[in-house]
Write a protein of this length. Structure first.
Ligand code: AMP
Length: 220
């Protein structure tokens, strides 16, 4: 598939590694990506109008309303460079979002060419999310697991700070997994007839997971 035809949505339960995979894929292909979760967290931290509106929802693990999300994604897609592919990390998350996305992409003449379904067991997702910490400090932020001693030492050695996301607390993790099952997982059935779903085992080494995704697309 030509690289600028990579029009991909990354899809999977919280903890499946969407953002980690998107970093790998950005190095591999000339694409641009948008993580809606990261964008919303940054808006919340900056206290913008959108940020103030969504701050509480994020902390509770609930979804931001479709209208807001669709307007945001439309603006982003309309400003995309035409010579690059794109990767959506965390959008769509509901059927109305998926329908709106199809409509917008059809208008732009750039329909989705792939939906990556990162598959992970609930127990693995809970383990990953419960132990997830973000290392903030000099250099790029790094996502690590609290049980990974080497990564913890590396973070502290560079003066980094280990921070837990507000929505990675135990009660919120359960809520997010339930929201995924109820609202987002049905999207798989929505996309199946389009014949663009690539299901990938998201357990184990993230680099190996990225390899599976790349192989799945490049053999097309
Ligand atoms: P993530 O970083 O993808 O786990 O997203 C974190 C949080 O951002 C989610 O739990 C939602 O509250 C919100 N969010 C991200 N993407 C969407 C979306 N497409 N629709 C609604 N809410 C979203």
């Amino acid at each position: 598939m030509p690289d600028n035809r990579m029009h991909i949505a990354l899809f999977g339960p919280p903890g499946a590694g969407k953002s980690t995979q998107s970093k790998f894929l950005l190095k591999r292909w000339p694409i641009v990506s948008l993580s809606t979760g990261k964008m919303l967290r940054e808006e919340a931290a900056a206290g913008t109008e959108l940020g103030l509106k969504v701050r509480e929802l994020l902390g509770r693990g609930e979804l931001v309303d479709d209208e807001t999300m669709i307007a945001t994604i439309r603006k982003w897609l309309e400003n995309l460079p035409p010579d690059k592919g794109f990767l959506l990390d965390g959008f769509p998350r509901t059927i109305p979002q998926a329908e709106a996305l199809d409509e917008i992409l059809n208008e732009l003449g750039r329909p989705l060419t792939g939906v990556v379904n990162l598959k992970l067991s609930v127990s693995e997702a809970v383990y990953r999310l419960g132990g997830r910490r973000i290392c903030y400090g000099a250099g790029p932020e790094e996502i690590i697991h609290i049980n990974d001693e080497e990564a913890v030492d590396r973070c502290l050695a560079r003066g980094g700070l280990l921070v837990q996301r507000a929505d990675d607390l135990p009660n919120v993790i359960v809520k997010r997994l339930n929201v995924y099952e109820g609202e987002t997982e049905p999207l798989l059935a929505y996309y199946r007839p389009h014949n663009i779903v690539l299901t990938v085992d998201a357990s184990g080494d993230p680099e190996a997971v990225a390899q599976r995704i790349v192989f799945g697309f490049e053999k097309k």
